[in-house]
Design a protein around this ligand. Structure first.
Ligand code: SF4
Length: 472
């Protein structure tokens, strides 16, 4: 039987894969200078020679990795309406009927939310439109975009827009506005037609047909890069990873974002029908990743977006900025959600939890100052679980330099923001995914490492002449 490989990591975010004897020598401080791993481990700050003093490099690396912590909220989600014509099982609490009254954001609330956006010191600001179906209030989307651009003439920030939409209600004129104002669109495609239609019922029972027609329309105006899609993976989708991936390939996408179904947003009965254990998702993910690696090996570019986020944290000195996997957590500090009713939340999940009656997450009202929102009792409460490096379980975990904290999930699912890693689905997911990725890295297959390097650096695979970072 092959001897196990041990993963060691440090606070600078470096890692090394070691044999048990090398690991024992490192821990005991007895590795001699002529050991083949000595200078590699020295360069990665696992061996410190007191006579050399600190180079300051490790502090610089840590500062680079945590640069987001001082930026201020950069993602600002506007829920312009809760109305939607779909009745997706996994989104029961996050929608209202098409003709329901009182579920649209007012201009006063939108305008006040823009005050909060530009109060943030973040240089890069993204305004994301969500719902419900935000295209049902495209008039408000248009007004917010024009006002944000006008204000930005003074502020000079890097301003981006995005919108999550079914694509059913975006005509040529709206899409031309999206093109002219660089509004990136993200849509939901849950798999092959039958599965998509089953999971995403609309009144005319033709969600797939209308989504694909909308995709073609959007691509003809915005170009292929202007529209992304992601599946919501229910129990039915987990049965056949290749089928979901092949659907995206057939539609001409070069990437897919494989995420487990959110634990929020649906009733307990529905959860039994479409939900699953996190271990089932991790098994699905291992199979899906193996298939994607095979496609890339054959020369087809097909990226798994979440793997590219984790690999950037593992293989590069940079953080992706991804707000859902940060320490300190992105809730509030990286993202703010302005609900249609003027309430402000630190995450979309917090908004959904509030819709089910758990109102502990509300930061305040949209006309409160940013300082008041970020120093609110809810933020102080969430701060207890916001720094992964201090949390029970995480502080002793080898994956913590690449992982993050999710106090909103732990508070909603387990009662308090610190939570219990032993029963946490957030932890089970990341533990599982890190083990899969480091398993591949330990195997060191050159073609896999080329793909991983390309994903981590967001470069075409052809640009990667030789994969770096491969341990012996
Ligand atoms: S894998 Fe789990 S224990 Fe490790 S850092 Fe992530 S959440 Fe914490």
């Amino acid at each position: 039987m092959a001897s196990p490989t041990l993963l060691v990591t440090n606070v600078a975010g470096e890692f090394a894969l070691l044999s048990p004897p090398d690991h024992a020598g490192l821990i005991a401080g007895t590795l001699p200078e002529d050991h083949p791993r000595y200078f590699d481990l020295l360069a990665r700050n696992f061996i410190v020679r007191p006579e050399r003093g600190g180079t300051g490099l490790e502090r610089a690396v840590a500062r680079t990795r945590k640069a987001f912590a001082l930026e201020g909220p950069s993602l600002h989600i506007f829920v312009v309406t809760l109305r939607c014509d779909h009745a997706c099982g996994y989104c029961q609490v996050s929608r209202a009927a098409l003709d329901a009254k009182g579920y649209d954001m007012s201009w006063e609330h939108a305008n006040a939310a823009l005050d909060r956006v530009f109060e943030s010191p973040a240089h890069a600001l993204t305004i994301e439109f969500q719902g419900g179906e935000p295209a049902l209030r495209f008039d408000l989307v248009r007004q917010i975009v024009l006002e944000a651009e006008a204000r930005n003439d003074l502020h000079g920030r890097q301003l981006r827009f995005s919108m999550v939409s079914t694509l059913h209600h975006l005509g040529d004129e709206e899409l031309a506005f999206c093109r002219d104002h660089e509004i990136h669109i993200s849509t939901s495609i849950d798999g092959p037609a039958a599965l998509h239609d089953r999971q995403r019922p609309n009144p005319t029972r033709d969600s797939w047909t209308r989504t694909i027609a909308g995709l073609e329309r959007a691509r003809s105006i915005l170009g292929y890069q202007g529209v992304a899609a992601m599946p919501t993976l229910t129990k039915a989708a987990l049965a056949n990873p290749r089928e979901v991936i092949d659907t995206y390939r057939d539609l001409g996408f070069g990437s897919i974002f494989l995420r487990p179904i959110s634990p929020y947003g649906f009733a307990r009965k529905t959860r039994r029908a479409i939900g699953y254990e996190m271990s089932d998702f991790v098994s699905f993910y291992a199979e899906a990743l193996a298939y994607l690696l095979e496609l890339n090996r054959q020369g087809e570019t097909m990226v798994e977006t979440y793997a590219s986020i984790l690999l950037r944290h593992i293989l590069s000195p940079f953080h992706t900025g991804y707000v859902d996997l940060r320490s300190p957590a992105g809730a509030g500090l990286g993202v703010l959600v302005y609900n249609y009713d003027g309430q402000v939340y630190p995450a979309d999940e917090a908004r959904m939890a509030a819709e089910t009656g758990d109102t502990r997450f509300a930061l305040g009202r949209v006309d409160d100052t940013l300082e008041a929102l970020l120093t609110s009792p809810a933020m102080r409460w969430l701060a207890q679980g916001s720094i992964a490096e201090t949390l029970p379980g995480c502080r002793d975990c080898a994956f913590v330099p690449f992982c993050g904290a999710d106090p909103v999930y732990h508070a909603a699912a387990q009662g308090d923001p610190i939570g219990d890693r032993a029963t946490s689905e957030f932890c089970a997911k990341h533990m599982g995914l890190f083990k899969i990725l480091f398993g591949h890295i330990a195997e060191g297959d050159p073609e896999t490492m080329r793909t991983f390097t390309a994903w981590a650096l967001n470069r075409p695979r052809e640009d990667i002449v030789e994969a770096g970072f491969v341990e012996q």
